[in-house]
Design a protein around this ligand. Structure first.
Ligand code: CU
Length: 141
């Protein structure tokens, strides 16, 4: 009887832990980098892969970079044969899927940055009200 109770308590604890970890980190960031500033420029862009391990899609809704005035979510689209950038409200990270931010496609446009060291600190905020800090190496082209 006592053993059975202990086993049951153990199972309850285990399932609680699993639930907590499933909610903790839904989006993971990989392959992230910021493009180094060109001489005299104050605008650059950040790229990364966002992976969602949860059963529900999550949107990236905002980002900020330490030392920069603002960060906008951008995409590229073809308009009359010309590639143009435009601002969008969010990037959807599909359930159990991933989305790549890469040159020529989705990116985080960084405005008003005077200098970049070899690493940049960014904060990403998601539609589930969670924000996470990401360190991005700076890559010069
Ligand atoms: Cu852009």
């Amino acid at each position: 009887m006592f053993d059975a109770l202990k086993r049951k308590a153990g199972l309850l604890v285990m399932s609680a832990v699993v639930t907590v970890s499933a909610h903790a980190a839904e989006v993971t960031v990989s392959d992230q980098y910021v493009r180094g500033l060109l001489p005299g420029k104050h605008i650059t862009a950040a790229f990364m892969t966002l992976s969602n391990s949860s059963e529900a899609s999550v949107n990236l809704v905002s980002a900020s970079l330490k030392g920069a005035k603002k960060v906008e979510i951008h995409t590229h689209s073809h308009e009359g044969g010309v590639m143009r950038m435009r601002q969008i409200e969010k990037i959807e990270v599909p359930a159990k899927g991933q989305v790549k931010l890469a040159p020529g496609g989705l990116h985080l446009m960084i405005f008003g940055v005077d200098k970049l060291a070899d690493k940049a600190e960014m904060e990403l905020c998601f539609s589930n009200d969670k924000c996470q800090a990401v360190v991005l190496p700076v890559k010069s082209l």
